[in-house]
Ligand binder design. Structure first.
Ligand SMILES: Nc1nc2c(ncn2[C@@H]2O[C@H](COP(=O)(O)OP(=O)(O)OP(=O)(O)O)[C@@H](O)[C@H]2O)c(=O)[nH]1
Length: 312
């Protein structure tokens, strides 16, 4: 690989971590707005589960973006990440690159992938920000052990933890979350957020010693996660879709994509679903009607049949 990074000032890397649907893209949008105001040049590297991009469409158009959609960056190999960072650097010369890792990535694996010998000297991993869905966190015992473990590891390796979605939990539950986090990690830096609103100025350079050499944990060896990308060919009825949602098991962690509903006179509707909470946002642009479903032991054939039925 041709090495072309030759900068005096290192490129800052900020890694956004956190389980599926916790609010990483929401955070990224907030931070990019602030970067734009401050005049710093930011670039984005998105990594999504599933071979189609959904989040890429949701970001402001005026930032350079590279997407890795063929698996988790920690699994698809360092080469691809290196190439993508180099490409962003060569074409845009950014001051900072935000890496939104997939919701299934272990933060240490992502750091490890960034620290390849070819680029390690030219980048500074400034911070790992983990976004925590406080509602899902409260119910994490309902998930399989590997999933619980992944959520806990994402918290453990955060330089900054955003305890997000506090608008969705009661005061008593909120107190419990804070107590738990403080007991688990007495020195952790955290902020309490709704819609991942935080000030960019509160991102400090990480002072963690990361023992990457000794880290053997590769979370994907323990998970049984799969996904389905379903492409709608025609508009569907919203009430039938909502009825179908009610039938889904807890093991379907995340759904996102664009749908055309018969009842809605817009080009497409952005649909988001995390921990049973659905969200619909009308779009005036005709985005590709792809729906990505992610879950543990997901029965893709059965789900495909159910979705096909909604189109009939
Ligand atoms: N009520 C509420 N919803 C939130 C909050 N933060 C994010 N959301 C919603 O949660 C859903 C998922 O948010 P995203 O920002 O896409 O989450 P993500 O972590 O990027 O998701 P993946 O990339 O799929 O892992 C969206 O519908 C958001 O609007 C919050 O604090 N409160």
């Amino acid at each position: 690989m041709e090495v072309e990074i030759n900068v005096q000032r290192k490129i800052e890397i900020i890694i956004l971590s956190g389980f599926l649907g916790s609010g990483k893209t929401t955070l990224l949008k907030n931070l990019l707005e602030q970067e734009q105001k401050s005049g710093r040049k930011a670039a984005i590297l998105m990594n999504e589960v599933g071979e189609v991009s959904i989040d890429g469409y949701l970001l402001p158009p005026n930032f350079p973006i590279e997407e890795i959609t063929n698996g988790c960056i920690c699994c698809s190999g360092k080469d691809q990440l290196e190439r993508t960072i180099l490409n962003l650097y060569k074409t845009n010369r950014p001051d900072v690159i935000y890496i939104e890792s997939s919701g299934l990535a272990h933060p240490i694996d992502v750091i490890d992938s960034c620290l390849s010998p070819i680029i390690a000297n030219d980048i500074e991993i400034k911070n790992v920000i983990t976004v925590l869905d406080s509602l899902r966190w409260c119910h994490r015992q309902e998930y399989s052990k590997p999933i619980q473990c992944l959520m806990e590891e994402q918290v453990k390796y955060a330089d900054l933890l955003l305890i997000n979605k506090i608008d969705l939990i009661q005061q008593q539950t909120f107190n419990k979350v804070i107590e738990e986090i403080e007991n688990l990690h007495p020195n952790i830096h955290y902020q309490i957020t709704s819609h991942a609103r935080m000030e960019i100025s509160s991102i400090q350079s990480s002072c963690h010693e990361r023992e990457i050499e000794h880290q053997q944990f590769h979370v994907h060896n323990h998970l049984h996660i799969n996904h389905l990308v379903y492409v709608f060919t025609k508009p569907i009825e919203k009430n039938l879709f909502e009825q179908w949602l009610q039938t889904l098991p807890l093991s379907i962690f995340r759904i996102k994509g664009f749908i055309r509903f018969k009842e809605t006179p817009v080009k497409t509707t952005l649909f988001q679903y995390a921990y049973g909470v659905p969200m619909y946002l009308n779009q005036e642009i005709a985005f590709p009607t792809n729906l990505v479903l992610i879950g543990e032991h997901l029965n893709a054939e059965k789900l495909k049949r159910q979705l096909e039925k909604l189109e009939n």
